[in-house]
Each structure stands twice: as C-alpha cells, then as structure tokens.
Design a binder for this molecule. Structure first.
Ligand code: FAD
Length: 400
C-alpha cells in the first residue's frame, strides 16, 4: 500500500501525448470531484473517460483544504449522503490501496449562546433519527473530551464520535491511480479554452488540440461558471477566499475536530501532530485571490488561544488559502443543464466538497452508467435558480 506521505508519480499522460480525437465522457477539472467521478465511472463499466485538468491535480480547493469529514448537518439529505461518504472513507485505503490517514476522532461543535445550543439540539434530533449518534453535551463533558478547552462562555456542545479528518492529497492520488488503471485517461496541463456544441455531443478546445465528447461533466470547482459560460449557461456560484494554516507538530492531544459556531473557528490535529485550522473572515467579497493575510493569522491566533490557551506558544509553520465555491442557497449544483441533457454539473460545494465527493462520484456513476438516478440530481438542478423552485431542503450548517 502507498503510504500517505510517499510522493508518487501519479499516472497521467505526458504533455507531448496528443489528445484522443473523441471520448464518451470528458470531465473538466482534476480536483477531488473530477477524480472521484473518473474512478467511479470506470467502476460502473465506462472505459472511454478522459479527465482534462488545466494545471496539476489538486491545484484547486482539493489540494488546500482541512480534510474534515462529518455527518453533523441540518438536512436529512446531507446527513444521509455523509453517512455513505464516511463508510466509503473507511473502505478507501483497502479498496484503493492508499493510506489516507482517515482518523475518526469525532467533531465537537461548541455553542456560546442558548440560541446556538437550540440550533445544535434541533440538528441532533434529526441526525439521531437518521442513525447518527451525535449527543448534546455539557461544557464539562466537552472538557472531558478535550481537557485543554477554556470553558469561559461555552454553554454546551454537539459531539459525534464517528466524524473525522483525513489527509486530502492521497485521496486524489488513489482515485487518479485506480481510474487510470481501469482505462481512464488523465491529461494535466490541459486548460479548456473553448467548448462548443457539436453533432452528438461537444467539442472541447485546449492548447494541445481539440477533443469531441458525447457527454461532458463540469467539475471545475470555483471555475465552473467560466466553463458553463462557454456554452452560454450561467451558473450563479462565486469564489470566496478561505484561509487556513498549520502549526509545528505537537504530541498527540486533540481527539476531535473542534469548531466554534459563532466565529467559524475550527482546528484538528493531523496524524503528524500539526494543528490545522481556520476561522471565518467576514466582509470579503468574491475573489480568486489565494494569498495569505496577516488579518487571518491575527484573528485565528486570538480565537484559538482564547479557546485553548495551552496553544499560546505554538509556532505556525505554513499558511495558505483556497477558494470556497459558494452557491446562493448553500447547496450544490448537480444534474444536467436545462437545455443541454449531456452537459452535467458538479459544483457549488462551498466548504464541504471534499467530504461529499466520494458519494457524489458514486451516485453520478450509477446514473450515467445506466442505473438509478438519485433524487439529488433533480433536487439540486441548476434550473431551481431560474424557475423559482424553492423546494430543495435548505442547509444552514455550512460551517467548519
Ligand atoms: C481552506 C479550505 C478548507 C476546506 N476544508 C474542507 C474540509 O475540511 N472538508 C471538506 O469536505 N471540504 C473542505 N473544503 C472544500 C473543498 O476543498 C472543496 O469543496 C472541494 O475540494 C472541491 O473540489 P472540486 O474538485 O469541485 O474543485 P477543485 O479542487 O477546485 O478542482 C477544480 C479543478 O478544475 C481545474 N480547472 C479550472 N478551470 C479549468 C479549465 N478551464 N480547464 C481545465 N481544468 C480547469 C482547476 O485547476 C482545479 O484543479 C475546504 C476548502 C478550502 C479552500
């Protein structure tokens, strides 16, 4: 088995290899969504699958995220999707031959007001009905789980022990490797510069040539609106920079991912001992800026050391940022475009696309491979924004 910290040559086509003239399905974007799709489509029996990534795999949000995987959500559909995703994460290392360091240390959400506590309680009732064992616990019970917590101002918490964290990169390597072994072709350094409707599908234009595809999946994450615009389709998502940082490695002490509702502060300890975390910085508009700011570092340091004073002298080793792919209702955009039944979408996953990708890839492959179409593809279709269809369940727990 490949170790998580073992940088392997991910199988991809050489930059001098010409594109094939045509394929059955072209996937635009080599992030977690595109690669999960490629892997799952090959498992569903489709061999003629091509992934086109403009840079390197994990160049976008997928290579920059916190690796949090949780089942604590406010809608039944997301809770059930995430139960499936967690099950897939547990099997990933064995089935794909890559150690992704998945550690189920739980997720601990902290409330500072009675209103926040009531919100947690409402979500927990739904999670319990779905079979997720989240508990509403007292501040002192939270401190039993994380003894370093400063309980000043904490009124209670939600804790689910089977949530967890993983190391994102090997997850992408695993999908890429198995997809290519099963016949998919992965072209990096291949930006899509043009996309046109053609007879029996689409023509995709890249600097290394054109390729015809019968079906196209737009998995370009925060850049999906630009791809859709090439067909005159408007996707109402926008990028927001989300910053994150990692400390020097510490002796293991932190079991769960800890998140504070009001500030959006979150932190977890990686298997290597680093404290990885971030915080919301309100007041910043749409941007592809992926730079790092002192404002983030100061805000994060203040919030984190208030919550865990023992971290006061810890050194930050790395700071980086990536785009949250935001949608108007916090839900993703899935399914076929209204007038383009062979142009599919997989974007708008805000800050939780990594944890959703295993199950979204599987359900898409089930459908496009000729099997059952899951309800989410109608529920979250793009047309809801133009028809005024307000029936999709509203997720209000897009935090941490
Ligand atoms: C700091 C941070 C922390 C996060 N924490 C978590 C977390 O704890 N848990 C979680 O589940 N999610 C988290 N997320 C969100 C998660 O990372 C994303 O939802 C997920 O990675 C989206 O995957 P994707 O494949 O859709 O997009 P991306 O990973 O962005 O991939 C899109 C790809 O498309 C490529 N592309 C763009 N334009 C073109 C083009 N013209 N031609 C070809 N290719 C193109 C890009 O280069 C990119 O590689 C976090 C995000 C950030 C930024």
């Amino acid at each position: 088995m490949m170790a998580a910290n073992e940088l392997r040559d991910i199988p991809h086509e050489s930059v001098t290899t010409p594109l094939p003239e045509q394929c059955e399905i072209a996937i635009i974007g080599g992030g977690i969504m595109g690669l999960s799709l490629a892997y799952n489509l090959t498992q569903a029996g489709l061999r003629d699958v091509v992934v086109l990534e403009r840079g390197y795999i994990a160049q976008g949000a997928s290579g920059r995220n916190g690796g949090g995987v949780r089942q604590q959500w406010s809608t039944e559909v997301n809770i059930r999707l995430m139960q499936e995703s967690v099950a897939l994460c547990k099997r990933f290392a064995v089935e794909l031959g890559v150690n992704v360091w998945f550690r189920q240390g739980g997720y601990l959400f902290l409330a500072r007001t009675d209103r926040e506590l009531a919100r947690l309680g409402k979500n927990i009732a739904l999670q319990n009905r779905c079979g997720v064992a989240t508990e509403l616990i007292s501040p002192s019970a939270a401190q039993n789980i994380v003894p370093e917590l400063n309980l000043d101002g904490i009124v209670g918490a939600a804790y689910n022990p089977s949530d967890g964290v993983l190391f994102p990169w090997p997850f992408l390597w695993g999908y890429a490797q198995k997809a290519v072994q099963a016949g998919a072709r992965l072209f990096t350094q291949t930006p899509i510069g043009g996309l046109h409707r053609a007879s029996h599908g689409y023509t995709l234009h890249t600097p290394r040539g054109a390729i015809r595809a019968r079906r196209v999946i737009n998995a370009a994450g925060s850049w999906s609106p630009q791809i859709a615009a090439m067909l005159g389709i408007e996707i109402p998502t926008w990028p927001i920079r989300h910053e994150i940082c990692s400390s020097e490695p510490l002796k293991p002490f932190l079991g769960p991912m800890v998140s504070e509702l009001a500030s959006g502060l979150y932190c977890s300890q990686s298997m290597r001992g680093e404290i990885v975390g971030g915080v919301n910085l309100p007041g910043h508009g749409a941007s592809y800026d992926m730079g790092s700011s002192l404002e983030f570092l100061a805000t994060y340091a203040r919030r984190l050391t208030r919550l865990m004073p023992t971290l006061r002298n810890v050194k930050v080793l790395r700071q980086w940022a990536g785009p949250y792919d935001c949608s108007p209702d916090g839900n993703p955009i899935l399914g076929a475009a209204p007038d383009d039944p062979d142009f599919f979408m997989a974007s708008g996953f805000v800050g939780h696309g990594f944890m959703m990708a295993p199950i979204i890839g599987q359900l898409y492959a089930q459908w496009l491979g000729g099997g059952t179409k899951h309800d989410i593809f109608d529920m979250y279709q793009l047309a809801r924004f133009t028809t005024g269809d307000d029936s999709a369940p509203k997720e209000d727990f897009n935090i941490g």
